[in-house]
Write a protein that binds this ligand. Structure first.
Ligand code: SF4
Length: 492
């Protein structure tokens, strides 16, 4: 086989602050993102509130995922045995290049020139579409949002609603142009009909499908996909050959565990009580569905995450995107600012770990650490905890280099640590700050510009000037004497 040109799995053009700056100026995209995420979040809150045992479900989901990760080798091997026994083929891919080679090899064996695809972020992660196109094979996305992205030559900005940054008018323009439909209307049913007509011919003609997978079931060797449109079920049943590319963390011990996730995933993802289409399948069956079934189990940086005890919980993710919808940072910037396949809070911890801290080092800082992502996560991933862990890694890596050690930033942080460690020193710094800020405070009481390394604070917002009396001074004057007398008279 000739060498496969494999795309880099990261988009990776700019750092988060630079990319965010560009996107913050795009008011239409911001409006689209904020509207869509608010609608989904509102629906999610409503259906979650209907379940009195929601917290128990979250706890159960977190336990199943954490248990499986602790015994991942066992459950993956069990999945492989059962999948092969049912007539499936299991391939192991250590990285994106290997996964692309395996899939390309299978497609070449079947002389496929076109494939239909179910939405899969894993295929985005390995750059599969670009690899296929470079090798003369045309991938056709069948999920409506993915189709919009593909025809619009765009990138997904959300992993449940990849085209969330587009409004209806923009979608109509893409369909008119790419499907040659100048008379197309902009009602949802007009757009859905256009997509259905465009795809129907492809479902009936193309013989190979590629999917991802929401869950791998170790006890049966089966797989599960949940979706809203039915396009997935068409791809799972009509073609002769089905190839599924799935991250190794997607395995769960048994079919019965779906009981938890089929309640928590749709509620968290789209605010639905249940997905309209839940498909599970196991191996191949004469006269029913594909004649050949392959699963490519993808590592691509997951094993090192598994080995990191503090960050391992990252792999519990079931890709519901609830953390994106609730994140104040994502709300403002949208998904493209993360310059990664995985956006939002989970992207901020997953991307730097999947590849290298070097590539995604600004992402752990793309968060206000408000904790909203942790509160909504259906598998209780403590994203703020992992963000801080990763920030620590970035700092330690920086400090290990000579340039980092003597950088202005590091010296400034060391000085801050020195001040914050001692109440007297901090108080002295506050008084010095009061004097020092005088030249910077404008008439409205805000500081709009700061010099040197402090300039970061005022690059995107004005800073409120320090008050004439600090809280500590106020406390010492007003409260401390009373607190002392209350103590004196209290029962010991
Ligand atoms: S981290 Fe939690 S909330 Fe975010 S996508 Fe994953 S499962 Fe959903």
């Amino acid at each position: 086989m000739s060498e496969v040109p494999v795309q880099h799995t990261q988009w990776n053009a700019l750092d988060f602050p630079d990319a965010a700056k560009v996107l913050l100026e795009d008011s239409q995209t911001r409006k689209n993102v904020q509207h869509a995420t608010n609608v989904i979040q509102g629906k999610r809150n409503k259906v979650v509130a209907e379940l009195p045992d929601w917290e128990d479900l979250r706890e159960a989901g977190a336990r199943v995922k954490a248990h499986t990760l602790r015994h991942l080798d066992y459950y993956l091997t069990k999945f492989e045995e059962n999948c092969v026994r049912a007539g499936g083929h299991v391939h192991w891919a250590s990285d994106a290049a290997e996964a692309n080679r395996i899939i390309l090899g299978l497609l070449r064996r079947h002389e496929a020139r076109e494939v239909i695809k179910i939405k899969t972020m894993t295929s985005e992660e390995i750059g599969l579409n670009a690899t296929l196109e470079a090798n003369g094979i045309r991938p056709i996305e069948t999920d409506l949002a993915e189709l919009i992205i593909q025809l619009g030559k765009d990138r997904p900005s959300h992993f449940v609603v990849p085209a969330l940054h587009k409004n209806r008018q923009q979608v109509r323009e893409i369909f008119q142009r790419e499907m040659h439909l100048p008379e197309l209307g902009d009602k949802p049913e007009d757009l859905a009909t256009a997509a259905r007509t465009y795809l129907r011919e492809k479902y009936l003609r193309i013989k190979v499908a590629i999917s991802g997978g929401n869950f791998l079931l170790a006890d049966t060797g089966g797989m599960c996909i949940v979706e809203s449109e039915g396009n997935g079920r068409m791809c799972l049943t009509l073609p002769d050959v089905l190839i599924s590319i799935v991250g190794i963390e997607k395995v769960i011990p048994s079919f019965r565990d779906l009981d938890i996730f089929l309640q928590t995933l749709p509620r968290s993802a789209t605010g639905e009580r249940m997905n309209p289409y839940n498909s599970t399948w196991t191996g191949v069956h004469p006269g029913d569905g594909p004649k050949e079934f392959h699963v490519v189990l993808l590592d691509n940086g997951r094993s090192p995450i598994l080995a990191d005890k503090e960050a391992r919980q990252t792999l519990q993710c079931i890709r519901c995107a609830a953390c994106l919808n609730v994140c104040p940072v994502y709300h403002q910037t949208g998904g493209h600012a993360y310059e990664s396949v995985y956006a939002g809070p989970i992207g901020a911890i997953l991307t730097p770990q999947l590849h290298s801290m070097e590539e995604g080092r600004s992402l752990p800082y793309a968060s206000s650490l408000c904790g909203a992502c942790y509160e909504v996560c259906p598998v209780k991933i403590n994203i703020p905890e992992v963000l801080i862990h990763l920030r620590g890694k970035v700092v330690r890596e920086d400090q290990a280099t000579l340039a980092g050690k003597f950088s202005l930033w590091n010296i400034g942080m060391q000085a801050a640590a020195f001040l914050f460690k001692d109440a007297g020193r901090l108080s002295m710094a506050e008084h010095m700050g009061l004097v020092g800020q005088k030249a910077l405070v404008s008439k409205n009481g805000f500081i709009e510009w700061m010099p040197g390394m402090l300039s970061g604070w005022t690059q995107t917002r004005d800073l409120k000037a320090m008050p004439a009396q600090s809280f500590r001074d106020w406390w010492a004057k007003e409260k401390a004497p009373h607190a002392k007398s209350a103590d004196d008279g209290g029962v010991r």
